[in-house]
Design a protein around this ligand. Structure first.
Ligand SMILES: Nc1ncnc2c1ncn2[C@@H]1O[C@H](COP(=O)(O)OP(=O)(O)O)[C@@H](O)[C@H]1O
Ligand SMILES: CC(=O)OP(=O)(O)O
Ligand SMILES: [Mg+2]
Length: 397
């Protein structure tokens, strides 16, 4: 029976899992699957083998609005039913918030889980769902090594000014600062740029991770120097259901004048804003792009407008721009969104290549373009598998 590293990545609209065999120093993909479309009418489970051949599929009925708990239960049952060929030897987990303390990938203990749980209020759409499978696994197999890998870690190279809020010391010394997220994705992208997009690997690059959660990261020579997300994953771009940038005065107004309580406000900002709130149609970009509804069109306009504006601020943080990279669900698959963003960035010296964009890249700017643009698929799970191997010492034998 072969040993396997199981990787779990709970995003805000999906749970992705992968199984990797440990052969040599690089994890070898054996199986990949995901439940996507959580909290929408289109939840879907798919499993593929290493060759990309579909081996299993399930769709939830329209209107069932599958949540993370239901998805984790379904996945647990599926994994238990398919363990004949492999023995899980370690589990790597994406953990969205590491706070001030957790930067390096960390071996999970009951104490670590409890410390990470304290950060759940800072990442309510993710952290509880990152930790729930750890608890289940720890109860079932207490000796199984589990590794927590952090979305916030990659951004710790940012200069102090990029991480600070202009708040009094009494508050900032409690860890109230900008952390930035999607770091596992950005670290993976930084690692592959030299081979897939050499002109974007060095110099001043902005990577746009556009999924259900969306953020952008300014990289200088592959290291994070600024990002659009902050203390929580609410900040920055409008997202599937999250508001993005918001004047803090709005929150005071909601409390003082509209007498809304914090739970209601939190629910609105995390779950009923962004593309869903503005369009009134869907959080899913596929649905919005297919819709004739004026509000759906406006939601797309607002999304791309803010990507364009934030690209300007990140270019300012970098002192100029050499390359723009698109990744994640929308960034990898939504050509019309990339086109709008690239055309908006013409002022920065980006000359767009429509045919290359329709074809999915990798390069979507013309050869003479001063700023190059790229589509690079992310792979958070592979990075987590590598970190898990490193922490557990697997693959060294
Ligand atoms: N072909 C497509 N066209 C437009 N948008 C897409 C397409 N495929 C996926 N998406 C978008 O990507 C989002 C999911 O991105 P992903 O990065 O997997 O999400 P998560 O934030 O849950 O990790 C979906 O909500 C959908 O809006
Ligand atoms: C941090 C975050 O928003 O992650 P995701 O895009 O996976 O929801
Ligand atoms: Mg994601």
């Amino acid at each position: 029976m072969a040993d396997l590293i199981l990787v779990l990545n709970a995003g805000s609209s999906s749970i992705k899992f992968r199984g990797y065999a440990i052969a040599g120093r690089e994890p070898q993909l054996v199986v990949r699957g995901q439940i996507e479309g959580l909290y929408t009418d289109g939840a879907r489970f798919t499993v593929k083998d290493a060759m990309g051949e579909r081996s299993d599929e399930h769709r939830w009925p329209s209107g069932s609005q599958l949540d993370h708990e239901g998805a984790i239960r379904y996945l647990g049952d599926w994994l238990r039913g398919h363990r004949e060929a492999h023995r899980v030897a370690a589990v790597g987990h994406r953990v969205v918030h590491g706070g001030l303390k957790f930067v390096e990938p960390t071996l999970v203990t009951p104490e670590v889980i409890e410390e990470l749980a304290e950060l759940s209020p800072l990442a309510p759409l993710h952290q509880p769902h990152n930790l729930a499978p750890m608890r289940v696994m720890a109860a079932l197999r207490p000796d199984l090594p589990q590794v927590a890998c952090f979305d916030t870690a990659f951004h710790r190279t940012q200069p102090a000014v990029a991480q600070a809020f202009a708040l009094p010391h009494a508050i900032t010394t409690r860890g109230v600062q900008r952390y930035g997220f999607h770091g596992l994705s950005y670290e993976y992208i930084a690692g592959v740029l030299p081979s897939v997009a050499p002109q974007a690997a060095r110099g001043r690059t902005v990577v746009a991770h556009l999924g259900n959660g969306a953020s952008m990261c300014a990289m200088q020579d592959g290291r994070s120097v600024a990002s659009t997300m902050g203390f929580t994953a609410l900040d920055g771009l409008p997202m599937g259901t999250r508001c993005g940038n918001l004047d803090p005065g709005v929150i005071l107004y909601l409390i003082d004048e509209l007498e809304m309580d914090t739970a209601t406000i939190g629910d609105m900002l995390y779950k009923h804003s962004g593309l869903l709130g503005v369009s009134g149609v869907s959080s899913d970009m596929r649905v919005l792009l297919a819709s004739e509804e004026p509000h759906a069109r406006f939601a797309i306009e607002l999304f791309t407008y803010w990507i364009g504006r934030e690209l300007g601020t990140l270019a300012a943080a970098l002192g100029g721009l050499d390359a723009l990279v698109f990744t994640a669900g929308i960034g990898e698959h939504a050509a019309p969104i990339r086109e709008r963003v690239c055309r908006h960035a013409a002022w920065l010296g980006l000359e767009f290549d429509p045919a290359a964009n329709e074809a999915g890249g990798p390069r979507i700017s013309v050869q003479r373009s001063r700023v190059s643009a790229w589509v690079v698929p992310t792979d958070e799970e592979l990075l987590i598998a590598r970190q898990t191997m490193a922490v557990t010492g697997m693959g060294l034998a």
